[in-house]
Design a protein around this ligand. Structure first.
Ligand code: FDA
Ligand code: NAD
Length: 435
């Protein structure tokens, strides 16, 4: 067997968090040959959110190398050459199938081994599949999931092959809403199906959801709520032709996109490291229960100081910031220094059609809807405050300007007290702007 390749630092996973961690290592000082990124993807780290947005545009679509990290946060674009210039080894198209944290060894699907002094786990999430629930026919052709660039390429090819066809979107979360819009823009006849009474129930209130459902309906998207896909029919070639729903309805389909949730990729480390809330448990520096092993991005369950809680967050802003925090902590500890614990303000966003929303904080407690949420308005702008224990703890805003977005972020961080909810509703966005 070939000898193991040794690195001082190994980042396992080559997604958003890996890219931002590499940039932070370079910033803090790195010797050539010290760092390797091992990724099963064939390309250098990129801004994954582009896959469900610009990558699917019918014209002027985003393509690599246009959206390598760190362009998503306004930073330098790290092309593959950047890694070689810094002496960072990008080990691509390499899936790690075994991790032994005791011997500090990773083994790839082809039997290559890698050892490290410090490991950063950045394996992200994978998709929940309908076959996991035993949905019949879920392996038919033209049923797509979207996580990696290869998935997006397969979907783009199908969109081109099925011009003016019918698309069914299964799931009403982030993927459902962003892909529903993307396929409609590509001129497909789109129907969305989800089990809940309204879309994006993890975050949206009924009032917020009513706006997006109305807006999508005005674009010609049909929405079927309160039921799930229980089976798929296919033709003699194995191509999907219909989606069967639990309520007995049957929807014709040339393309199906499924977005029924993500699952953090932690299985390589099962039984070797402490877990919590489905993720790998870390401290406020993203170090796990095993010294010298860190976990960042979607896989980390970390202390969220602001809410005195521990959470896992599956969004890009946290992927970037947790990566930077972990590398700063690693470098500081080598110098015997301490850094501040992670103090994260949750931030989520989405874009579809010409809509754009931002959310900061926590969506718990009472909610107050304000502003113009009429889906037929020429320039809708509305939001929601969440109030818990007499304080504003979360804010959602659709159609805000950059300054207004800054204002809601500040508000969610400061958590100002409020006594009169009706007054807050009347004040609307002006309340955030004066903080
Ligand atoms: P990420 O998934 O980015 O990277 C994980 C990497 O590890 C991948 O390269 C994977 O191949 C690799 N890997 C996993 N297991 C491996 C193994 N065993 N061996 C080798 N490599 C392995 N968020 C947001 O805030 N706004 C948005 O608009 C969007 N939009 C969006 C669109 C789409 C299509 C997706 C799928 C996700 C989003 N997100 C988002 C979520 C956001 O992209 C996500 O939270 C971050 O990418 C998480 O970064 P990580 O680095 O943790 O995982
Ligand atoms: P999600 O959790 O946002 O939504 C899943 C949706 O599927 C929910 O509405 C759920 O109830 C529904 N569902 C569950 N079972 C179903 C079934 N059997 N039939 C029909 N619907 C069903 O997950 P997602 O949209 O799949 O996104 C996956 C991952 O990608 C998440 O980590 C998400 O954070 C990330 N993502 C984020 C963004 C963003 O932040 N803008 C965009 C795209 C993807």
């Amino acid at each position: 067997m070939a000898e193991a390749k040794h690195f001082k630092y190994v980042i396992l996973g080559g997604g958003v968090a890996a890219g931002y961690a590499a940039r932070e290592f370079a910033k803090q000082g790195l010797n050539p040959g010290e760092l390797a990124i091992i990724s099963k993807e064939a390309v250098a780290p990129y801004e994954r959110p582009a896959l469900s947005k610009g990558y699917l545009f019918p014209q002027g679509a985003a393509r690599l190398p246009g959206f390598h990290v760190c362009v998503g946060s306004g930073g330098e674009r790290l092309l593959p050459e950047w890694y070689s210039e810094k002496g960072i080894e990008l080990i691509l198209s390499t899936e790690i199938v075994k991790a032994n944290l005791a011997s500090k060894t990773l083994t790839s699907a082809t039997g290559a081994t890698f050892t490290y002094d410090i490991l950063i786990i950045a394996t992200g999430s994978t998709v929940v599949q309908l076959s996991d629930f035993g949905v019949q026919g879920a392996d038919s052709n033209n049923i797509f999931y979207l996580r990696e660039i290869d998935d997006a390429d397969r979907l783009v090819a199908a969109i081109q092959a099925k011009k003016d066809g019918k698309a069914v979107i299964v799931g009403g979360g982030y993927i459902g809403l962003e892909l529903g819009a993307a396929l409609q823009i590509n001129n497909l006849d789109v129907t969305m199906v989800y089990p809940e009474p309204w879309c994006m129930p993890r975050l949206f209130t009924a009032g917020i959801a009513a706006f997006y459902e109305g807006y999508y309906a005005n674009k010609g998207i049909k929405i079927v709520k309160g039921t799930v896909a229980v089976g798929f029919d296919s033709d003699a070639n194995g191509d999907v032709i219909a989606v069967r729903l639990k309520d007995g309805r049957v929807l014709e389909a040339d393309i199906v996109v499924v977005g029924v949730g993500g699952r953090p990729l932690t299985s390589l480390f099962k039984g070797q490291v402490a877990e919590d809330k489905g993720g790998i448990k870390t401290d406020g520096f993203f170090e796990t229960s095993i010294p010298g092993v860190y976990a960042i991005g979607d896989v980390a369950t970390f202390p969220l100081r602001l809410f005195n809680d521990i959470r896992r967050v599956e969004h890009v802003d946290h992927a970037r910031k947790s990566a930077e925090q972990a590398v700063k902590a690693i470098k500081a500890s080598e110098e015997g220094k301490l850094i501040e614990e992670y103090d994260y303000l949750p931030y989520f966003y989405s874009r579809s059609f010409d809509l754009s929303w931002q959310f900061y904080g926590d969506n718990v407690g009472d909610s107050i809807l304000f502003g113009d949420n009429d889906p037929t308005s020429p320039k809708p702008k509305f939001g929601t405050y969440w109030i818990k224990d007499g304080k504003v703890v979360g804010v959602f805003l659709e159609g805000g300007s950059p300054d207004e977005t800054k204002a809601i972020a500040k508000l969610a961080r400061f958590q100002p007290p409020v006594s009169d909810l009706e007054e807050l509703r009347k004040e609307g966005l002006a309340f955030a702007s004066k903080i």
